[in-house]
Design a protein around this ligand. Structure first.
Ligand code: ADP
Length: 607
């Protein structure tokens, strides 16, 4: 093998080169390489070592190596160094293009390249690797100009570069066609950056070669200018990252700007010779760093605030959506409720109609049964044997109970349908209570209970009430007292009282308390009593105490409900008191002596 890396010339004198004021261009390679490396490493780390980040770092590393090789070859006088670094150019040049193709592929497709494509690319690159140290690459050293002489094989490098370049263009156009609006803009910036860089790099290199071979120029003086394409590419990359969060990096424009300014100022050190300028540059750098730090901090705070606002806004609109959904659901269930209510109303009416009808139909035969039972008992159809008399008595009691039930049902259905009317007249309440006590005395006596009626000390004023209904109410209370008292007895007490008028409340303002003149009827017994928890439920429709089962007392749970409706319709009130189970109960009815106008008006119509 014919190797090229050893020459017998150690030092060449830079007669021609020194005449060209190029050195500063080559030294500017240092800041450019540094910036490229910093940016490559930054993107690599920040993109969480993504594939794109890796490839980009690869490109920028290759680029930095290229700059290093270029710097050495054009600033060195030792032929061995020049030959060594020069021999790397074909590999580095091709690697650039191939890695750029790889990056474009991954950038557009968001996935790795297929293995076969990678193998083909490596295949394209391999001649440069194997021929690198041979004379196929660099044939000799030109001592007069202090440059390496490239072999014709360099044309292969040009061929690969053109091929890869066209592949990149095809990939970019294809990606552009198949993307949405936002990604298209990214492709434009990315594609422009990378193609401009490759083009400027390639064209200037080629042009330099061409011009030298034609003898138009004697140096590669224009080649380094192609490198500025990289600066453009890095600028575009920065823009992509800031604007589109490319490579999944969150970088603020202010951060990028500050970094660019700081790097720019720092890079001046590559050129400054004068110590005063060095100090001034240092001061500028420190000032730029401080101002940049303040700027970035305030921008960050603002961005954070905006992000928080955005989050809050999103949350609000989410809540709004949820509320909308809930109100929609509510509207739907409201509609359903309305329909269900309508159906319930219809059902209720049907039920009331049925109860009304059934009760009326039952009433007539029941009156017959009760009447004939009483005639039989009285001996109107001849004397009865004692067993017969007992049976007739039972028929009478059962018929009486049944007519009570029918009356309860009828009254309830009347209340429900708003058809119960009160016949308000002047009534003596003493007489009503007296009648109740007399009527129920036999029932109490049958159970060996006393039934005491305590009259008021003074005559009471006449009350404007529906006498029959009030009698029914008091009668039900005394009847219950007898029913739910196994031993002892019942006291029916009537009295006149003055009670504080609670309806005279003027919005919580203090005012002299008015007293209401009422008649109070109290039915106390020594019976089973009522547990505290049951007291408030007693007056509800169909409510029956838990003890009724134990006592086997028959009933519907309607009596107290009807009584309450009647008493309240008279502007009065009714309630129960008990010390507890087994401790007897007290049922109290209070009726106003003077009816309020509103109550009177109401009674003219219906309950
Ligand atoms: P009914 O007596 O037909 O069951 P009521 O409406 O008259 O219906 O009474 C409702 C419930 O109140 C009764 O089932 C009973 O549990 C309770 N109750 C009524 N009066 C008394 C009383 N004097 N002592 C104990 N419990 C009573």
């Amino acid at each position: 093998m014919n190797f090229n890396l050893v020459t017998n010339i150690e030092q060449c004198f830079m007669l021609i080169r020194d005449t060209v004021p190029l050195t500063f261009i080559y030294y500017s390679h240092i800041p450019v390489a540094l910036v490229s490396l910093i940016m490559g490493i930054f993107i690599f780390i920040k993109s969480k070592r993504s594939l794109q980040g890796k490839i980009l770092l690869g490109i920028l590393l290759t680029f930095s190596l290229w700059l290093l090789a270029d710097l050495v070859t054009w600033t060195n006088y030792d032929s061995r160094n020049i030959m060594l670094f020069w021999s790397f150019f074909p590999i580095l040049n091709t690697l650039f293009f191939i890695l750029s193709l790889y990056l474009v592929y991954v950038f557009i497709n968001k996935k790795d390249m297929p293995l076969i494509a990678k193998v083909i690319l490596f295949f394209l690159l391999s001649p440069m690797i194997f021929t690198m140290p041979t004379k196929l690459n660099l044939s000799s050293f030109e001592i007069t100009e202090c440059i390496a002489v490239e072999n014709q094989y360099v044309n292969y490098v040009v061929f690969v570069e053109i091929l890869v370049f066209f592949c990149i263009i095809i990939l970019l156009i294809d990606g552009f066609k198949n993307s949405d609006r936002v990604f298209r803009r990214q492709i434009i910036f990315f594609g422009m950056g990378i193609t401009l860089f490759l083009l400027s790099f390639f064209v200037t290199g080629l042009l330099a070669d061409f011009l030298i071979k034609r003898g138009i120029t004697e140096t590669y003086a224009i080649e380094p200018y192609g490198l500025f394409g990289m600066t453009i590419f890095l600028g575009f990359l920065g823009y992509l990252i800031v604007k589109f969060k490319a490579f999944n990096i969150k970088l603020l424009g202010a951060q990028a700007l500050v970094a660019a300014i700081v790097i720019l100022i720092a890079s001046q050190y590559a050129f400054i010779q004068n110590p005063t300028n060095k100090i001034l540059n240092g001061v500028t750098l420190v000032l730029a760093l401080a101002a940049g730090w303040v700027l970035v901090r305030s921008v960050k705070a603002e961005v954070r605030q905006r992000e928080n606002l955005e989050i809050a806004n999103n949350e609000i609109s989410e809540r709004k959506n949820q509320l909308q959904k809930i109100s929609d659901a509510l509207a739907v269930s409201n509609d359903r409720l309305k329909i269900a209510n309508k159906q319930l109303e219809t059902l209720d009416k049907v039920k009331n109609d049925f109860i009304n009808f059934a009760s009326h139909q039952l009433r007539t035969p029941l009156t017959g049964i009760k009447g004939y039972a009483s005639l039989l008992k009285e001996g109107s159809y001849g004397r009865l044997e004692s067993e017969q008399a007992e049976a007739v008595k039972k028929i009478g009691v059962a018929a009486e109970r049944m007519s009570g039930l029918v009356e309860d049902f009828l009254n309830t259905s009347k209340i429900d349908s708003g058809g119960m009317r009160c016949d308000m007249r002047k009534n003596r309440i003493e007489d009503i209570c007296q009648e109740v006590a007399v009527t129920l005395a036999p029932k109490a006596a049958a159970k060996n209970l006393y039934l005491e009626y305590q009259k008021p000390a003074f005559e009471l004023p006449e009350l404007f009430v529906d006498g029959l209904k009030i009698k029914e109410t008091i009668s039900n209370l005394v009847d219950n007292a007898v029913k739910y008292t196994p031993k002892g007895g019942v006291v029916l007490c009537l009295e006149r009282k003055k009670i504080p008028d609670k309806s005279q409340n003027f919005g919580g303002q203090k005012k002299e308390i008015d007293f209401q003149d009422v008649v109070r009827v109290t039915v106390s017994d020594t019976g089973i009593g009522i547990p505290a928890g049951e007291l408030e439920h007693l007056f509800v429709k169909f409510s029956r105490g838990s003890d009724t089962k134990r006592l086997n007392a028959s009933g519907t749970g309607l009596g107290l409900y009807i009584g309450k409706v009647i008493v309240e319709a008279h502007g009065g009130k009714v309630w129960a008191e008990s010390e507890g189970e087994g401790k007897g109960s007290r049922f109290i009815v209070e009726l106003p002596v003077k009816q309020k106008e509103s109550v009177l008006k109401k009674q003219e119509t219906v309950l």
